[in-house]
Write a protein that binds this ligand. Structure first.
Ligand code: PLP
Length: 403
């Protein structure tokens, strides 16, 4: 029996393990310390009343022989949820067909599974720094990763013109890399940076030129308040011919523990030999996944109802105020940061040229604040640190005061 050797290429997931070890060691030595966690990307606000009510009703239905539901036959989502998602897009000014939406148990699964419908060994562009799941899933699949650098000079928003071709692949200087897949995360985890329409148009034009598919991770789109910023890649001309969008109820509706997301694959998106990616992705999902529970889908539908959305927006506004409080404290200290507006993450530059882990230790030991070292999100993350706005107001205010 042989194992998938690609697993040997994964870096040890030391980041959160090391953070936990350091926090536990500090707690053991300082049992009285009140530690505030501003490191994790998990939400703290509870499910909104509209969702709780809808899920409760669905549970009762499941206990009634006449209303009971078993497998979701189509396997890609009940019509009531597909309609609600299409309506959510319509309100953003984007028209998508209900047949183009595939409901899943969350964005992480879709982000990880989607490379599986492309040929093995695909050449994949991945921003650095970024959500680590993109890198690991493509390493497991044996794909070739080319990192695109996010840094201070491009505001952590790498552009297609910054794609540097490894010399061995370069037919002529500055030729476009012939990528197969491009991950774009906007608003970005961990930097909080958000692409504008012009920047995304450049990516779409590039993808169309080289025949690549953009995998657009819109997990944090609900945090965008600036109306000029795109909340969907499908706001961009030509995107229906080159992009797949992955989205989630996790941050929109606090579903991190409930589990629901969806992917939109436009009908126009074709492979080189004319196959629709939509039918391939549906085939993949209905073969390897048996659909999201009825109760969860009713909850997701309720989150997108008028009352559900306004309740969810109250929670998002709560986190946004937390981000503002942290941002104001950093500004007062003269610490440079990115994000914090239109995103739940604050990406700060460690003062005095300190490294991520050095500053992490300082905040833990001197201020009893847990953060996430930027180095855990890619090489360009060193010297930076991620704080999140997902804490409670009380803790956020106290952390800001300690800072
Ligand atoms: N995409 C990004 C960029 C994320 O940061 C996360 C979670 O933090 C996910 C996807 C995962 O979302 P889900 O909870 O829907 O799996």
């Amino acid at each position: 029996m042989k194992l998938n050797q690609n697993y040997a290429n994964l870096r040890d997931s030391y980041l959160f393990k090391t953070i936990a070890q350091k926090v536990n060691a500090y707690k053991a030595e300082n049992p009285e310390a009140k530690i505030i966690r501003l490191g994790i990307g998990d939400v703290t606000r509870p499910l909104v009343p509209a969702v709780v009510e809808a899920m409760g009703k669905a549970v009762v239905e499941m206990g009634d022989a006449a209303a009971f539901r078993g497998y979701d036959d189509g396997g890609v989502g009940y019509d009531f949820l597909l309609d609600a998602i299409a309506g959510y897009y319509k309100a953003k000014g984007v028209t998508i067909g209900t047949d183009e939406i595939i409901v899943s148990d969350g964005a992480k699964s879709d982000v990880g599974n989607i490379p599986g419908i492309f040929a093995a060994g695909a050449r994949v562009l991945i921003p650095d720094p970024v959500y680590p799941a993109y890198v690991d899933t493509n390493l497991i699949d044996g794909n070739e990763i080319i990192y695109i650098d996010g840094n201070e000079s491009n505001g952590f928003l790498p552009s297609s013109t910054s794609v540097s071709t490894p010399p061995a692949l370069q037919p002529q200087p500055n030729a476009s890399v012939k990528a197969d897949l491009i991950y774009i995360c906007s608003p970005n985890n961990p930097t909080g940076a958000v692409y504008d329409k012009k920047q995304l148009q450049e990516w779409v034009d590039y993808a169309l030129r080289v025949g690549a598919v953009i995998l657009f991770d819109a997990a944090y789109e609900s945090f965008i308040t600036d109306k000029t910023l795109p909340r969907s890649i499908f706001e961009i001309d030509g995107a229906r011919r080159c992009a797949i969008e992955i989205c989630s109820f996790s941050k929109l509706a606090g579903f991190t523990g409930v589990r629901c997301g969806f992917t939109v694959v436009p009908r126009e998106l074709l492979s080189e030999d004319g196959k629709t990616l939509l039918s391939l992705w549906k085939r993949r999902q209905t073969t390897k996944f048996n659909g999201v529970s009825y109760i969860t889908q009713r909850g997701a539908q309720a989150a997108l109802s008028d009352s559900g959305l306004s309740q969810c927006r109250e929670n998002i506004a709560y986190y946004q105020e937390n981000a503002r409080i942290i941002g104001a404290a950093l500004t007062k200290l003269g610490i440079k940061f990115f994000g914090g507006v239109n995103a739940p993450y604050i990406w700060l530059k460690c003062p005095d040229g300190r490294g991520s882990w050095e500053y992490f230790d300082y905040l833990l030991n001197e201020k009893n604040i847990v953060s996430t070292p930027g180095a855990g999100f890619g090489k360009n993350g060193d010297g930076f640190l991620r704080l999140t706005s997902f804490g409670t107001r009380e803790n956020t205010i106290e952390a800001a005061e300690r800072l």
